[in-house]
Design a protein around this ligand. Sequence first.
Ligand code: GLU
Length: 505
Amino acid sequence: MSSDIRVRFAPSPTGPLHIGGVRTALYNYLFAKKHGGTFVLRIEDTDQTRYVPGAEAYIMESLRWIGMEWDEGPEKGGPYGPYRQSERKDIYAQFAQKMIDEGSAYYAFDTAEELDNMRQRMKKGGNPTWQYNHITRVHMKNAFTLPADEVQRKLNAGDPYVIRLNVPRNQEIRVEDIVRGVVVVKSDHVDDKVLFKSDGMPTYHLANVVDDYSMKITHVIRGEEWLPSAPLHVLLYQALGWENAMPRFAHLPLILKPEGNGKLSKRDGDRLGFPVFPIEWKGQDGETASGYRENGWFPQAVVNLMALLGWHPSDNTEVFSMEELIQAFALERVSKAGAKFDLEKARWFNQYYLRKTAPAVLADMLANEVDTSKGQNYLEKAIALVQDRPTFLPELKDDLSFLLSAPQILDEQILAKKWKEDSREKVQAFMHHLAQVDWQSPELLKQATTEFLEAKGWGFGSVMPLVRLLLTGSMAGPDLFDMMDLFGKEETLHRLEQGLRMAMA
Ligand code: GLU
């Protein structure tokens, strides 16, 4: 199925991509895939002062790790490229000129200093929110206040200028938002925003609208922080004569701190011990941030938890694969209210996916980090024995360590408690018995052990906890007979012998 639906994820490469951005990308992706549409990646890099090297590559790697491949974008190309705004300068200049010619935009020559002075003066006069608009612009240096030949002279002389939107007066601007319904704003509340600067670069607003139009974007799905810009964007569509091609908007709710008070920040992550970035970030300025990927999270878990931060299915299903999300997703089911980040739930998802992942896959993921000398089969069997407990891969690695190599030390405290005068004799008798046992299955080992203990008249607790300690170094670990079965006869006897030596040292 293919359709005309086209959405875009349009990050600015100003640093690592916050998980709020990942969620925006995900909702765009799900919406596109659900409707057989196209998912575009567009890099909004017109603000050179905020450009951070490495951020674009980071964004792409993050999207790919999550499993969201774009259909059109930088590197990949597509029919409406280029997909990096810095490579589209000429397009914006052309439309800025068109707006000047038609009177919907105008030149202004105020310096940063002059603007600042005006703001300060207004502040002192009790007007802290001064805006450049149809009222205030008569006091400024622009095409409304300067004679036409003076404007031309300044342009010819190469004086710095900006192009501002000439916001129409007394209009009601309607923003139709799929999530929020209709929002109506008076045009008198919108200021004459800068659209283009004399360095040849557009501002976000102009570039964003021109690109959404030129790239035939049908739905703009983005974070709530852009809602205040939406009326301005509607005005731009009108000014450029594109009103009939205006995309539909959907502004996604904020992701809130676990406590619900305010936007989730990197500091919250540091405070509560979880990443707020998909993958690790190492900035050229030395700034670093930890990522879900490096902390042993599964991309499926991150997808699942992101999906439910602001969207809810029609039933109570919680676990969704990407495919299932694509089927179930609907913008109409995105909520207006901010979504609280639930750390417990997030962990639960990760544990769920860790349990569900095939031991062979986990073995591959850990191949460079654990002792693989016993071979693939052994590793997979060991993983299967412990994979139900941990939440994260590094924990799985810890749980595996004593299954993959014999302990080098024994837990002193437990040893002191369990070691009795006759312990050595009992363990040796057990070893002797084990040496005769047919090593077939955990069940048979258990049966043989029970028979041995009964024949001796020894309680389970008088020998077996000690056996566990000698085999693994502590009291942790899976079922004793499962472990012995994994080790095999030779290794089990070897570990017990070595354990006895350590216990008596
Ligand atoms: N470049 C903007 C950002 O960084 C895009 C906003 C939008 O989607 O319109 O989020």
